[in-house]
Write a protein that binds this ligand. Structure first.
Ligand code: IPE
Ligand code: IPE
Ligand code: MG
Length: 245
């Protein structure tokens, strides 16, 4: 393994713990989301400087619509505001933004913000920041199955032409590499409907740190943990003790 392979090219983060961070300080949950936005801004910078090519962040799950309306409204407002405030900095860093998820459920205002940030940052080549919004891995897979079934029913493809590749190409993540590393903050050990297909061979890193406290030192700790992992993909590594005889 050389130095470059130790840098994950795609890092995916489940940014969890904003609410608890706020509550522990006697603040409202939305203040935790605002602090989470600061942590995201710093992480984008840290990841780009580190040489990460894709950074995918889980910002709003399909299940999150079920939260109190006041919190959902605050999150939607924060998305619009964040998109507007952060766009110049992202352009300056040559970071391209791509939205991952079902956009059809957003209000016209949110949708316009999302379309605007995608088009304004389209020339970015240093890193792609993928914002998972109204994302659900099961919905994504269901939509992919529907697409492929319709094509088969229409006689465009035979069932045996459905391969791992055609499935990958039918997901929202089409054209993106699979995540090398999935990080979840706040001491929870679950995927919560995030990148189920894509994370098949990802490394996982869990930390008790709440998302708003995820700073440069925490990011570097995760990168160091990844660098120490031995990704075997089901194989045995020759030359290692016990594997030669
Ligand atoms: C993650 O923080 C952000 C979103 C889900 C939008 P939470 O809001 O889930 O924070 P906790 O888990 O309640 O602390
Ligand atoms: C996952 O966090 C979704 C995001 C970080 C956007 P949640 O807080 O919604 O997930 P659960 O409820 O702990 O599974
Ligand atoms: Mg949570």
């Amino acid at each position: 393994m050389n130095e470059t392979t130790r840098i994950p090219s795609h890092v995916a983060i489940i940014m969890d713990g904003n609410g608890r961070w706020a509550r522990r300080r006697g603040k409202e949950r939305y203040e935790g989301h605002m602090a989470g936005m600061d942590a995201l801004r710093a992480t984008v910078r840290n990841a780009a400087e580190y040489g990460v090519r894709y950074l995918t962040v889980y910002a709003f799950s399909t299940e999150n619509w079920g939260r109190p309306q006041q919190e959902v409204d605050a999150l939607m407002h924060l998305i619009c505001k964040g998109v507007e405030m952060e766009t110049p900095g992202l352009i300056e860093q040559s970071v391209r933004v791509r939205i991952l998820g079902d956009k059809s459920r957003f209000s016209k205002e949110v949708l316009e913000s999302l379309d605007r940030i995608e088009s304004r940052t389209a020339a970015g080549t240093r890193m792609t920041l993928v914002l998972a919004l109204n994302y659900s891995s099961r919905s994504e897979l269901t939509a992919a199955v529907r697409t492929l079934a319709s094509r088969a029913a229409a006689g465009e493809i035979a069932p045996d032409q459905i391969t791992e590749q055609t499935i990958s190409e039918s997901l929202y993540t089409a054209g993106m590499p699979d995540p090398d590393l999935v990080i979840r903050t706040s001491g929870e050990y679950r995927l919560s409907n995030f990148l189920l297909w894509q994370a098949s061979y990802a490394e996982f890193y869990f930390t008790d740190t709440l998302w708003p406290d995820f700073d440069k030192a925490e990011f570097e700790k995760a990168m160091q943990a990844y660098a120490a992992r031995d990704r075997r993909y089901g194989l045995v590594r020759e030359g290692e003790p016990g594997n030669d005889e």
